[in-house]
Ligand binder design. Structure first.
Ligand code: ACO
Length: 428
């Protein structure tokens, strides 16, 4: 007999089924609880709520394990190519040679953006944050493909949208950057692979000869892989919940970009560098900032520290820390901000406040250092994260829609005013 748990409410016992995952994770299925008992469960921030079963990414926050479709992140970051990982996440298996080459060709052939999009892109103020431009452009781009709004399209049509998204987001991201620095946009070139093309669109200028530096391209490939999925995080859950209303994939991914923007999620990579620069320029030593982070009256937090699910270490941070050292060495860069980051990590890791709360550097603590070394401006850091996370969002959306999951609609416990009568404005 399958496992159940018993819940006793008003002396009556209810049996609730237990769902077990392939890595022995257990969950109590409460989907019929309200119908049976009148009760709902309350879990602000979904700290203890499984929103779905999923076969995409496994992570164990206590042991610091992260796997995409069963493959350890360490192996993928070391050996794979970003498009291979994108294929793996979206379609479930690593591609064969032919599948890979078809996938790559399809993406390469959709990198251009409709020229009418330029009108929108040129209208943004030069100070516009590139995440705002990216989120808005993704919604706008859906208007060029009205057929994508049909939720009952055949598989081939959905694949076409997937290829278009993977192809066009780097172009949009690079153009958002060019808008910010007031330079002419650079069109995609089919001779380059995915990461090379992005680097070229970011950094080449009509006046100069330019070819993407392989150190930069390889570092970017690794960073994108490390960010490619992270199961039911804030932005992936947003994509799934928006997609559950059968909103189109462009709109769903656009909402993921907005969710990622916040400093408690993907925006942390920008916030980390701004914090490290502040600490450096302040010159007052590290302890002042450590103490501020520990002071509950002070809103300051150590950005890049702590994670909702990793309470031991973030396996991505380990890989990124080493990659940051490699990139800086290869490029011959000495970055005082990296030194501050290392000292801060050392002090925090030995401090009881951080130890007792399981607060360790997360993926964003070191990614910003690499982006700086690659000459990517701070405001673009979260866009880089979005570029990496795109296949994850697509995979999460695809899994949710293929399983015909119901519209996401949490309940609440109402704590507002009881019923009262309307009072005329002159009597209030
Ligand atoms: N600095 C100081 N104290 C912290 C920090 C921090 N960075 N993070 C958590 N804490 C403390 C909290 O004050 C709380 O202390 P208390 O128990 O005494 O009240 C305790 O640690 C637990 O923190 P919560 O906020 O309850 O943990 P939660 O799981 O809700 O939040 C989060 C996780 C949002 C990542 C948090 O650690 C944080 O704000 N970190 C800084 C922002 C950041 O780096 N975000 C990137 C996350 S990774 C990613 O999205 C890719």
């Amino acid at each position: 007999m399958s496992e159940t748990v018993q819940v006793i409410i008003d002396k009556k016992t209810y049996e609730l089924p237990v769902v077990e995952g392939s890595e022995n994770e257990k969950a109590i299925d409460i989907s019929k609880l309200r119908a049976q008992t009148g009760y709902i469960t309350l879990d602000t921030g979904y700290k203890n709520t499984g929103a779905t079963t999923s076969g995409i990414t496994f992570l164990d926050g206590e042991k610091g394990i992260l796997r995409y479709r069963g493959y350890p992140i360490e192996q993928l970051a070391e050996k794979a190519d970003f498009l291979e990982v994108a294929y793996l996440l979206i379609y479930g298996e690593l591609p064969s040679k032919n599948e890979y080459s078809d996938f790559k060709n399809n993406i390469t052939n959709h990198t251009l953006i409709h020229e009418d999009m330029r009108v929108f892109l040129e209208a943004y103020p030069t100070k516009a944050h590139p995440m705002g431009i990216l989120a808005a452009s993704l919604s706008t781009i859906s208007t060029f493909y009205p057929e994508a709004q049909n939720p009952n399209r055949p598989k081939e049509a959905i694949d076409l949208t997937i290829h278009r998204l993977l192809a066009k987001v780097p172009t949009l991201a690079a153009w958002a950057y060019k808008n910010a620095v007031g330079q002419p946009v650079v069109y995609p070139k089919n001779k380059y692979d995915y990461c090379e093309n992005f680097v070229n669109m970011m950094f080449s200028l009509p006046a100069y000869e330019y070819s993407p530096d392989p150190v930069v391209v390889n570092a970017l490939n690794k960073l994108l892989i490390l960010h490619a999925d992270h199961e039911q995080n804030c932005s992936a859950s947003t994509v799934r919940i928006v997609g559950s209303s059968q909103a189109n994939l462009y709109a769903s991914v656009s909402s993921g970009v907005s969710a990622l923007w916040g400093p408690l999620h993907g925006g942390a990579n920008q916030a980390v560098i701004e914090m490290l620069e502040k600490i450096m320029n302040d010159g007052g030593g590290l302890m002042k900032w450590i103490n501020k982070a520990k002071d509950k009256q002070d809103p300051f937090r150590l950005m890049g520290f702590g994670h909702r699910v990793y309470k031991n270490f973030d396996p991505r941070a380990k890989i990124i820390k080493k990659a940051a050292d490699d990139v800086l060495n290869k490029m011959g860069i000495v970055d005082p901000v990296l030194e501050i980051a290392k000292e801060l990590e050392e002090v925090a890791l030995n401090d009881d406040y951080f130890k007792s709360r399981g607060l360790y550097p997360n993926v964003d603590f070191y990614s910003g250092i690499i982006y700086r070394a690659l000459d990517i401006p701070t405001e673009m850091f979260t866009v880089m994260f979005a570029l990496g996370r795109l296949p994850g969002w697509i995979a999460q959306w695809k899994e949710m829609s293929e399983e015909n999951q119901p519209i996401g609609r949490p309940r609440q416990v109402y704590t507002g005013a009881k019923e009262r009568d309307y009072l005329d404005i002159n009597k209030r």
